[in-house]
Design a protein around this ligand. Structure first.
Ligand SMILES: Nc1ncnc2c1ncn2[C@@H]1O[C@H](COP(=O)(O)OP(=O)(O)OP(=O)(O)O)[C@@H](O)[C@H]1O
Ligand SMILES: [Mg+2]
Length: 269
């Protein structure tokens, strides 16, 4: 369990990037964090992995406060795929990049080889093992970064806009992978995304605005609140917009059957 208590963060004296976040994330929960540009999502993720130190407040992993002393142990539990995959690529090629974290953990060679094979296959990058980063697209680098984190088998995985550079097929692949991580590997997953179609598959959604949580609930409850989505400047997928357009009409709104049909239609892939 991760407990975030009254968390504040300021990059500069006058700008508060996070303003009093209180949040508990349960084990094996898939939490989607939504919010417009600059709302504080990446800042929160960096605080969660100890890359930034809170201005005020604390984060606890299973009751242990994240601080200089505990960070080594906590980093074994939590992995992050950053928003920009270029900042994450450290190997000379795909194979070494995925192996890098394993090497740091002194994983034995045969097992390392097996893990690199398994996870590059899972993300569709097995055919690119020898490729150097400058020959890969942004989306391919994102996939490699995801493989590198998944190979480490941490309990908590944070994905910051991890599908932002992928084409629609790539988004589908990685979405399926996330669902499988949750169902088959019992991970706690935090996805930071602009993509409401991805967020609607999560167990729970929070909406950030100006460094504060303005919505927290089941995807269904959040996505039925049109004002909430609009006030946070989130782009609604086409089918969700149809639902909200119809429901903003006082006559159509009375038709419960229509509401149900449009809502179900929006849930279809
Ligand atoms: N290194 C930095 N120095 C100063 N201000 C920063 C820095 N990084 C972020 N900020 C500011 O902090 C606020 C939160 O930024 P953050 O990157 O957490 O937002 P975000 O929700 O991840 O946005 P995006 O959707 O664009 O990725 C913004 O106002 C941003 O301008
Ligand atoms: Mg960000």
């Amino acid at each position: 369990m991760i407990e975030i208590k009254d968390l504040w963060y300021a990059y500069t004296e006058k700008d508060q990037a996070l303003r009093g976040i209180d949040l508990t994330i349960h084990n094996e929960e898939w939490l989607a964090i939504l919010g417009h540009n600059g709302s504080g999502k990446s800042t929160l993720s960096k605080l969660l992995v100890g890359l930034l130190e809170p201005t005020k407040g604390s984060i606890y992993y299973d009751g242990i406060e994240l601080n200089e002393k505990s960070i080594g142990e906590i980093r074994k539990k939590v992995g992050i795929v950053f928003q920009n995959p270029d900042n994450q690529f450290v190997g000379v090629n795909v194979k070494y990049d995925v192996a890098f974290g394993l090497e740091n953990r002194n994983i034995e060679r045969t097992q390392m080889h097996e893990l690199v094979t398994k996870w590059t296959k899972e993300v569709g990058m097995y055919d690119y093992l020898e490729r150097e980063p400058n020959t890969l697209s942004g989306g391919q680098k994102q996939r490699v970064a995801i493989a590198g984190i998944l190979a480490l088998n941490q309990e908590v995985i944070i994905l910051d806009e991890a599908t932002s550079m992928l084409d629609p097929d790539g988004v589908k692949d990685i979405t399926n992978l996330i669902v499988s991580l949750k169902n088959n590997y019992h991970k706690t997953i935090i996805t930071i995304t602009h993509d409401l179609d991805l967020a609607k598959l999560a167990d729970r959604v929070i909406v950030l605005k100006d460094g504060q949580i303005i919505g927290d609930g089941l995807p269904e409850d959040i996505f039925k609140q049109r004002e909430l989505l609009q006030s946070s400047n989130l782009d609604m997928p086409f089918k969700m917009r149809i639902y909200h357009e119809a429901m903003s009409d006082p006559i159509l709104r009375q038709n419960k059957k229509l509401e149900e049909i449009l809502w179900q239609y929006h849930l279809e892939k």
